[in-house]
Design a protein around this ligand. Structure first.
Ligand SMILES: [Zn+2]
Length: 247
């Protein structure tokens, strides 16, 4: 563990309930500079060689999730621990073994220290901010993490069609994915637009059904990310939902 304190943190006022994984989209030195001296932060950075940097104490809030939504929780910075993993784009580049092993060890330690992080609450940035974020990417090693006891990986026993979007979205919602929604910028910050009232918002973004399905596919069925409800997606979602209930 290499100590690399960040300037960016705040007191934690909610119990720790989420673990959020990211790719940096920048090399190590640029990432550390941004996350220590810029306007964002994370608790940890894991380099491609497996070196782990500690930037923010787990007892404090770091600023890595931004506008985010998972289950009943919004703005997950308050309740989460964030790990930035060095990779220019986890949708394009694999994560090397030394880095994978270090992330697994780090995550296992975090879960041991914070039993409030239930399995379904181990999430990617793309899960909690569909359309806005696509990290840690379709090449991330979610299955290996789950095999090591970190998060869940669905095994669908049977793939039966047909599948419809409404049914799939309902299952995804139970798992934690947000429903279709809109957000925009208000007073210089992103915020969700509730009740359809977008007065005072600029740069409004519509996050539709396909965007939510893309987020699920990026994580659990990266071989085909098309935003469409198909039988395989529904079977995987149902298996994941059942695993969530048992975990
Ligand atoms: Zn991220």
């Amino acid at each position: 563990m290499i100590e690399a304190p960040s300037n960016n943190h705040a007191p934690r006022e909610s119990p720790v309930a989420h673990l959020v994984l990211h790719h940096t989209a920048q090399p190590l030195d640029v990432s550390l500079d941004l996350l220590r001296f810029g306007r964002v932060s994370s608790h940890y950075v894991v380099d491609i060689n497996g070196d782990v940097y500690r930037l923010v104490d787990e007892a404090r809030v770091a600023w890595h999730a931004g506008l985010s939504w998972w289950g009943g929780a919004r703005v997950l910075n308050e309740s989460s621990i964030g790990i930035e993993i060095v990779n220019m784009d986890g949708n394009v580049h694999d994560y090397p073994k030394a880095q994978r092993d270090a992330v697994i060890v780090l995550c296992r330690g975090i879960l041991a220290r914070h039993p409030g992080i239930v399995a379904r609450n181990v999430v990617g940035h793309s899960d909690i901010a569909p359309k806005r974020k696509d990290d840690p990417g379709g090449r991330f090693f979610w299955r290996a993490l789950a095999a090591a006891g970190v998060g869940l990986w669905p095994v669908a026993s049977a793939v039966a069609g047909p599948a419809d979007e409404v049914t799939l979205l309902a299952v995804l919602r139970r798992i934690g994915y947000p429903p279709p929604h809109r957000y925009g910028r208000r007073a210089g910050r992103f915020a969700y637009i509730d009740d359809g009232d977008d007065s005072g918002f600029s740069d409004v973004v519509e996050v539709g059904a396909a965007d939510i399905i893309v987020a699920f596919q990026r994580r659990f069925r990266p071989a085909r990310i098309d935003g469409r409800a198909d039988a395989e997606c529904l079977a995987l979602a149902r298996a994941l939902d059942a695993a969530c209930a048992q975990a």
